[in-house]
Design a protein around this ligand. Structure first.
Ligand SMILES: [Zn+2]
Length: 133
């Protein structure tokens, strides 16, 4: 592949310092990377030191799994803070249900494969039966 691809992992560079475990691959398709970045920005605005466990796809939707602050024995945040963080990330999970994970166009949930995927009509025809993206 030549040139810079706006869908590469570099888009997610700002998230890396929040990760608990490195190295780490963000396990979502290229169509969702801008959405993941937007989710990060919304979270970091309220929780500048949030800790990121994983970014993945679960039952066709985005799962942005984070804590308000680095985890510590005995707790490092309140229930209210955790609920607030979940409310922020839920917005993006809901949004992901209408965005093609492969290309970022408007999509819908496709349940014909072993793995559920949100795809647009064009990508639905391109992703193989057994395939991920
Ligand atoms: Zn698509």
């Amino acid at each position: 592949m030549a040139g810079d691809t706006p869908t590469s992992d570099d888009v997610l560079e700002p998230l890396k310092r929040h990760l608990r475990d490195l190295p780490y691959a963000f396990d979502v398709g290229p169509g969702w990377r801008q959405l993941v970045l937007a989710c990060h920005r919304a979270v970091v605005e309220e929780f500048p030191e949030y800790e990121l466990m994983a970014v993945k796809q679960k039952w066709g939707a985005l799962a942005f799994q984070a804590f308000p602050r680095p985890w510590k024995p005995g707790g490092n945040w309140t229930h209210a803070e955790y609920a607030r963080l979940s409310a922020v990330t839920d917005v993006f999970t809901t949004r992901s249900e209408g965005i093609c994970e492969r290309c970022g166009a408007n999509g819908s949930l496709r349940e014909s494969r072993r793995i559920h995927l949100v795809l647009c009509d064009r990508c639905e025809a391109l992703v193989p039966e057994h395939g991920r993206l």
